[in-house]
Every structure is written in C-alpha cells, then in structure tokens.
Design a binder for this molecule. Structure first.
Ligand code: ATP
Ligand code: MG
Length: 430
C-alpha cells in the first residue's frame, strides 16, 4: 500500500465532527416521521439489475448512465441501488404486505449513482425516504408535503425552501403527450442542442427541463401537458392545492417539474432551495400508482418522496453556526496512572452509567499526567472533570472540578450520583 490511499471517487468518509450533525438531523427527522405513525423498513443495498431497469425506465438518465452494475460470483447482474422506492415495492410484493393493506413506511440509507462528483452530487449519497401504499386520495399527497414542511420548520430552514408542485397525468396520458412532444421537437430540431436531440425519441419530456435559454424559449411554444389531463387527474390536483392553501403551505405550480424516473404519475413535487450555489433540489417525490402492478403485485396506489441528506446538511452548514451541534462530554474522568486506581475507576464509571444512563462519560485510560488530562477536557467539550487520586481512593471521596471557573469540591463517593443528578438535571430527566 502506498501513501496515496484514497476512497473511491464520489464516495465520502464522514468523521465525528460531521456525524454529530448527521445524527442530530436524522434524529429530528425520525421523531417527526414517527409522530405521524410511519414505520421503518430496512432494505438491501443491492438488487438484481433488471428490477431497476424495468421499474425506473430504460431511457432515464439513472438507468442509462448512472447505475453501479456488477456481476457477482454466480454471474448474476446486480446493482447498487440508485434509489429505494423500487426495492420497497419489491419487498412489499415479496412479503405480501401490500396486499389489501395500507402501509406508511420510511427508510434511511446510502444510494449509489455513477454521476460526475461535485458539491451536492456524489456517487454514494444518503436519502431519507417515505413510501405510502394503498391510498388514492390527495390527502396523502398533502400529508407527505406537510411532513416535509414540519421537518424544515424543526431544522429552522423553512424560509430557505420553495415548494414546487405539478401534475403530470397518468402514464397513458404521458405516452400520448410524449408522442406529440416528439413530433413538435422533430419539427424544431434545428433549434435543439445535442443533449436534447438525444432525448427526442425516447424521453422528450426531459427536454422540458433543459437549461439552454434558446431551448427554453422554444419550450414555451411546445404542447402543454395540462391540455392532455383527464378530468379525474385535474380534480385530484385541484383538491391537493386546496388542502395546501387551507393549511397555509405556500407552493408554486411549476410545469417544469417532470421528475427523472418513468414510474411517476399525477402529483409530483420538489422542495428547492435557492440559497446555495450547488444543485438545489433537496427533496423530490410523487405518486407512482402503477408501479406495484407493473412489478407483478396487485393494483396498489402509492406515493413517496426522498430527501437528499447530503444536500440538506450542506444547506444547514451554509446557513448555521454548526459548532453548537458538537456533542459534548458531560463528565471527563481523570486519574493518576496507578493500576489500582484505574482498576477502581472502571467500577465507579459503570456504577454511574447504571444510575445515570443518559450522561456521556469519557474515561481517560492514557498515561498522561493530571494536568494534561485536565487540558484535554476542553478538547472533548467537557466542563466537568471528576478527579480520582490516591487519597480519594483511600478516603472514598472524589474531586469534582468545573473546568471553566476552576472551582473544585470534594464529595464522598456515595453522594456523587445525587450530585450529578442535580447538576445534569435537564439531561437526566429528558
Ligand atoms: P438531480 O436532478 O439533482 O439529479 P434527481 O431528480 O436525480 O436529482 P431524485 O432521484 O429525485 O433526484 O432523488 C431525491 C433527492 O436525492 C434529490 O432531490 C437530491 O437531494 C438527492 N440526490 C439525488 N442524486 C444525488 C447525488 N448524486 N448526490 C447527492 N444527492 C443526490
Ligand atoms: Mg439525478
């Protein structure tokens, strides 16, 4: 092995300074999703390649360019999951938990897409996602949006977001619409760029989110999906908008939101942030009422969405002082380096853990002197040090030192739990 040991491109390590923040964010999100009665599902990170190909759509960017495909030892084609909706549906069909049942599920974990790494775009990234099965009405569309809105509020980020919603009709409607779009773009092929021309036959709807200004001008004249929508679809969308208005959720109806995967229908939405200079969609989702049936299950309406956690954390870091997310140590245990003392300490610390399990206690096992151990208290964000020397073992007493104001007291060993319970009342009673 040489000096240039490096992780694989686009795949990041997260060190403790980051994981404190990640844990904090994930815990806030989990609390909110649990409060809505959703349950966690854990899924494998590898599935058969064909599952994704079939479900996501052969002409999508994800399938054409972004999959991590391998052959296993048995020569089976397998793929590191680019998203988890498809795995969730596979699991539902396999275990029969979708059959005539409503399910409200969430997951968290890594996804893999072979993209060009840049800020906010990685080859291994993390999503928190929600999938709901068995509910047809717009109320559940609204609930997903409300959950997201509550998460942003809890993280004090609501003002950085705008909610963009759209309806893209049924899959049948879209086939007709796609045909007409193809005809339109073929007529105007001389105005298209190379990227758009590649999509003209198989995925013309994706030309609609081209960033090219000339093409954007052309798009204004292109057929509009709204003219193709059924009455049922329009009513669904109208009702969703009405619920959101009624509850005070601000939204923009944005025709450009078409989503990158083929399985979506009816409602689609994205939470976008304009605050940062990297690609700004942080959460995307929509209905996928045909996917369960298409993968071999019973007809089951469904909707889901996913937050890109890496991007969410970038947003938080760019808007907040994140030092406050450092997890501090409550008690730093300091002692002389004498075997008998260290031996006694382990017993004492276990005793405190038994009595006050919520405290974070750091025990020094190194050979450095007391002064160095005290200095280290700052580094580990500990205000309180518990010092044990020879006398203390002999007297059955302990020194408690406040690192900031340097005040120290001596307490009999049997009073220490009650002392810490009062000192750390907030943490202990939480
Ligand atoms: P984009 O248009 O940015 O490529 P997407 O439409 O491919 O996003 P989705 O499949 O909707 O993304 O995934 C939901 C969320 O997951 C995105 O809104 C984003 O926050 C996050 N995400 C997707 N791809 C990546 C990636 N390569 N790196 C980091 N986050 C990602
Ligand atoms: Mg993408």
């Amino acid at each position: 092995m040489n000096k240039k040991l490096k992780s694989i491109r686009g795949m990041n390590d997260f060190l403790p300074i980051d994981t404190y923040l990640w844990q904090k964010i994930e815990n806030s999100i989990k609390k909110i999703i649990n409060s809505y009665g959703y349950s966690e599902i854990r899924l494998p990170i590898i599935e058969k390649t064909n599952l994704f190909k079939y479900a996501i759509g052969k002409e999508t960017d994800v399938i054409k360019k972004e999959m991590f495909n391998f052959n296993d030892r048995n020569n089976e084609n397998i793929t590191l999951r680019p998203e988890a909706t498809v795995s969730c549906v596979r699991s539902g069909i396999e275990h029969g938990f979708l059959y005539q049942k409503e399910q409200r599920l969430w997951y968290i974990g890594p996804m893999f897409r072979y993209e060009r790494p840049q800020k906010g775009r990685y080859r291994q990234f993390y999503q928190f996602g929600i999938e709901v099965f068995g509910l047809i009405g717009p109320q559940i569309d609204a609930e997903l949006i409300l959950i997201m809105s509550r998460i942003w509020k809890k993280l004090d980020l609501l003002n950085y977001f705008s909610l963009e919603i759209n309806t893209i009709g049924s899959i049948k409607t879209r086939i007709k619409y796609n045909n007409d779009l193809t005809l339109f773009f073929k007529k105007n092929i001389n105005l298209l760029d190379f990227e758009s021309i590649k999509k003209i036959n198989n995925n013309p709807i994706r030309i609609l989110d081209s960033k090219n200004i000339k093409i954007q001008k052309l798009i204004k004249k292109a057929p509009c999906i709204y003219k193709y929508l059924s009455k049922k679809c329009k009513i669904h969308f109208y009702k969703l908008c009405k619920i959101l208005k009624n509850i005070g959720i601000k939204y923009n109806i944005n025709k450009k939101i078409v989503r990158g995967l083929d399985y979506y229908n009816y409602t689609v939405f994205e939470w976008v942030t304009k605050n940062i200079n990297f690609k700004s969609t942080i959460c995307g989702g929509g209905r996928y009422d045909k996917l369960v049936k298409n993968l071999g299950g019973n007809k089951t309406p469904a909707i889901g969405c996913a937050i890109g956690l890496d991007r969410l954390i970038l947003l938080i870091k760019s808007t907040k002082n994140i030092l406050k997310y450092n997890l501090s140590i409550d008690i730093n245990i300091i002692s002389f380096n004498i075997f008998n003392i260290k031996f006694n300490i382990i017993k004492l610390v276990e005793y405190i853990h038994d009595k006050l399990p919520k405290l974070r206690i750091f025990t020094n096992y190194n050979n450095s002197n007391i002064k160095k151990q005290l200095i280290n208290s700052h580094k580990i964000f500990s205000n309180i040090a518990l010092i044990i020397g020879k006398n203390e073992i002999y007297n059955q007493s302990l020194i408690i030192k406040n690192i900031n104001n340097k005040i120290q007291i001596i307490l009999p060993k049997n009073e220490i739990v009650i002392y810490f319970k009062i000192l750390f009342f907030k943490i202990c009673s939480n």
